[in-house]
Write a protein of this length. Structure first.
Length: 479
């Protein structure tokens, strides 16, 4: 899933991108300022989160701190405090507390494993790898930890080692998702080692057994690297997740709105929308006028195809605060899905007035203008505004090339499609339609070259070649 960040209030806001049938989740990053904890000795109890406004969370953490003070040499109590910190977003405090638990008991797999995961969130990757190795020395066949290690090695550009780890997981994994994740990891390592052929073969076999969007996207990447044609149909972005019983233990440590929001974010990323809704609904019921929370729940409803519930929440939210761009954008998505394109355009433009750099809304506006058959000039202006904020991707350029071709505005067709093939030289259909534009303005040789390139990329050009010859012959006779 593509994840975008926005600087909003502490509860965060999410929105859904339906342009390419995928959901896009947006949650605000939250700055958690920690008290100094330079003293990492086991005797020092690390305190954080006690000055928050969420009394449920404050009381929960205070209880865990008190339990540590009652049994200061208990690794279990230290580890549980670390879990409470991590589950609720206090990662620096969690990391230091896990270290204390490790110092007290070097035989418990959980503490180096949980600390490694926390260090990854803090982008302390070499330290995370050390702790993963410590954990796997205790339990060398715990597949979820091996998958985390493979991902970490890829991030550290240690591709061969990552491939070795993933091959071990393929031998050990019994869960379908974990097995698929290992094969995806193998393919990524191969691509990073400039071996797209082996990666493509592996992914082709995997796609037949496990046709997950992530597999299809990676397979298309391998095929492009090999110069092979790929489908131009958009593929949803979604992560592959696998069961991890030990990480799952942290769920019972969630407290307060922020902890539940963090958990809901992860569930949305994994495509578990119904579980995210279960976490969010009680929060909205407790604070019905919190527009941010309502927006988050509406985004989850949209992802779960519960459109009417999303629409009701969003409309109510705009009554409370009409200047929330995510509310406008999400509501535009609802209207668009229901075929109410004028309303969708109105709310998309409202979102852009409030957040002019929202790339996905720029692309949606162009699509809606085309759908509503607005003038070519209006579409061009929308495209120019999108380009000013870097929102004009090759798919949008391609779409406009076809749009202006249907209107027989050949010069605009040529301009847009030329830019597409500059960005994606192997996009065969773009070359094909560019050839149509070129032949219609009498650029015979350029059209012929475009057709040859289209054919090299697996596109049938027989009809277009016949049309080129017909137009060329007519032009010659006219002279």
């Amino acid at each position: 899933m593509r994840l975008q960040k926005a600087c909003v209030t502490s509860t965060g806001r999410w929105w859904i991108d339906v342009t390419v049938s995928r959901c896009v989740l947006c949650m605000a990053g939250v700055c958690l300022l920690l008290t100094a904890c330079g003293d990492s000795s086991v005797g020092h109890v690390i305190e954080d989160g006690l000055d928050g406004v969420d009394q449920d969370l404050v009381s929960f953490i205070q209880g865990k701190i008190d339990a540590v003070r009652a049994q200061e040499q208990s690794s279990r109590r230290r580890g549980q405090l670390g879990m409470a910190y991590e589950a609720n977003g206090f990662h620096d405090a969690a990391e230091a507390t896990y270290q204390q638990a490790m110092d007290l008991d070097t035989s418990d797999f959980r503490w180096p494993y949980f600390r490694a995961v926390t260090l990854i969130k803090l982008v302390r990757l070499e330290e995370a790898l050390d702790d993963l190795n410590r954990a796997l020395a205790i339990d060398p066949i715990y597949v979820p930890a091996m998958l985390v290690k493979g991902e970490l090695l890829l991030d550290l550009d240690r591709f061969r080692e990552a491939g070795d780890v993933y091959r071990q997981v393929v031998e050990l994994a019994r869960d379908q998702d974990a097995l698929a994740a290992a094969k995806i990891g193998q393919a990524r390592a191969l691509l990073r080692q400039d071996d797209p052929g082996t990666a493509a073969a592996l992914l082709n076999e995997l796609a037949l057994q496990y046709p997950h969007p992530h597999v299809i996207r990676l397979y298309n990447t391998a095929k492009r690297r090999l110069g092979q044609p790929v489908s131009t149909s958009p593929v949803a972005s979604a992560a592959v997740s696998w069961p991890d019983p030990r990480q799952k233990q942290k769920r019972e440590y969630l407290r307060g709105a922020m902890g539940r929001l963090l958990a809901a974010e992860k569930l949305m990323e994994a495509g578990r929308h119904d579980q995210a809704i279960e976490l969010l609904e009680p929060l909205v019921a407790a604070a019905p006028d919190d527009v941010d929370l309502s927006n988050n729940l509406a985004a989850a409803y949209l992802a779960a195809d519960r459109t009417e519930e999303a629409r009701e929440l969003l409309e109510r939210g705009l009554v409370i605060d009409p200047d929330v761009y995510q509310s406008h954008y999400n509501l535009a998505s609802v209207y668009r899905g229901q075929g109410e394109f004028e309303q969708a355009l109105y709310h998309t433009e409202q979102a852009l007035q409030l957040m002019p750099t929202l790339s996905v809304a720029h692309r949606d506006r162009i699509d809606l203008l085309v759908t509503l058959d607005r003038s070519g000039e209006e579409v061009r202006r929308a495209m120019e505004e999108a380009e000013q904020v870097g929102a004009a991707d090759s798919d949008t350029l391609y779409y406009l090339g076809l749009y202006f071709g249907a209107r027989e505005d050949w010069q605009s067709t040529i301009d847009y499609l030329t830019r597409v093939v500059d960005l994606e030289p192997d996009r065969g259909k773009a070359h094909l339609y560019l050839a149509h534009g070129l032949m219609n303005v009498g650029l015979w040789d350029a059209s012929e070259q475009a057709l040859l390139t289209a054919a090299r990329n697996g596109i049938s050009t027989d009809a277009a070649t016949s049309e080129l010859e017909r137009l060329r012959s007519m032009a010659a006779q006219a002279r």
